[in-house]
Design a protein around this ligand. Structure first.
Ligand SMILES: C[S@@+](CC[C@H](N)C(=O)[O-])C[C@H]1O[C@@H](n2cnc3c(N)ncnc32)[C@H](O)[C@@H]1O
Length: 315
């Protein structure tokens, strides 16, 4: 497996992954083309329905064969084929933990039907009793804590719902937008999945790595990755995106890069501007506690240090 360690390989995922014999993936995130006519560099995104379903079964089978016994398999898919993905997963012996709806908050405007504003994200596991799930790493402060100051609140925060509103689509004007890939997933969404369903140095596999969002976020969170992508142009650009990451590694903060990434992830999840978090004593206290719980590393973070780090990441 060493030759695949932290690589994005150019090729057809069924061919490339079909050659690997041993299950190695702790987590698989797959965001295949949805067969809705998107313009990709090397892939025709409008094929016959029955061919698309047969192909879906093929790549899901190859991926399932590479999933470790305690592994998790997330699949993003549009409305048209969500039911097929669920049926294929059942046939393959995967267990569904959640059928997540990613409400990406503003979709394309329609004239003769309601505007589409969501994507399905399936969360499957290989073994229904034995799998990695780091609840501490994804909990968020509850309304009882944030609004009502209610003493019955769980100090560890609450688990996010299975409808995700926090993560907007990566629109054309966003800093994160690469500009050369038609459907880039937001890094913050991937980070929630990776933080929940893998541990440091685990292997994260993405069979359709596109703009490289999964490799980039896996690297940021200290996981190993393997991405596969059919377009050479996307692979080369994604490698540049990864190289940029190394360049931007912050050396001037008391937090290491994993901690800084976790700090940014919590800012997104908590849905409050940095200025408000640093200015409101109670909110800052909640933020600092939640951050320490998510890090789970017995390190002490003073509020002053948290404020300095937050100010460092504010735009
Ligand atoms: C929906 S996009 C993935 C976007 C990705 N999640 C991101 O954040 O950038 C699907 C990608 O699958 C690639 N693709 C299509 N068929 C493929 C195949 N057989 N093997 C590998 N990649 C493929 C397309 O070129 C496209 O970049």
């Amino acid at each position: 497996m060493q030759k695949f360690l932290n690589k994005i390989i150019c090729g057809d995922c069924i061919e490339v992954l079909g050659k690997i014999r041993k299950p190695f993936a702790d987590l698989i995130f797959a965001d295949p083309p949805f067969n809705i006519g998107y313009k990709y560099d090397k892939y025709n995104d409008r094929i016959k329905k029955k061919n698309y379903i047969a192909w879906t079964k093929d790549w899901m089978t190859v991926c399932k064969n590479l999933l470790k016994p305690r592994g998790s398999f997330y699949i993003a898919i549009g409305d048209d084929y969500a039911a097929n993905v669920k049926i294929i997963a059942d046939e393959l012996g995967l267990f569904m933990r959640n059928w997540i709806i990613w409400h990406y908050t503003f979709g394309q405007q329609m004239k003769r039907k309601f505007s589409r504003s969501h994507t399905h994200i399936f969360y499957f596991v290989n073994d229904k009793d034995n799998f990695t799930f780091n609840d501490h790493a994804v909990r968020v402060p509850s309304d009882r804590q944030l609004i009502y100051n209610d003493s019955r609140a769980n100090p560890a925060g609450k688990m996010p719902d299975d409808v995700w509103h926090e993560y907007s689509r990566v629109c054309g004007t966003f800093k994160e937008r690469t500009g050369w890939h038609p459907c880039q997933m937001p890094e913050s969404l991937l980070k929630r999945i990776i933080a929940a369903s893998s541990n440091s140095e685990d292997w994260v596999l993405d069979p359709f790595s596109g703009s490289g969002t999964t490799p980039v976020t896996a690297a940021q969170l200290g996981r190993n990755y393997l991405g596969v992508e059919i377009s050479n142009e996307y692979v080369e650009n994604a490698k540049k995106r990864l190289a940029q990451l190394k360049k931007h590694k912050q050396a001037d903060s008391f937090l290491n890069s994993t901690e800084l990434n976790e700090l940014k992830r919590l800012v997104v999840d908590i849905k409050k501007p940095v200025k408000q978090i640093t200015a409101d004593k109670n909110l800052l206290e909640l933020f600092a506690n939640q951050f320490a719980l998510r890090m789970n590393n017995h390190k002490r973070y003073s509020k002053k240090e948290i404020v300095m780090a937050l100010e460092g990441i504010a735009d």
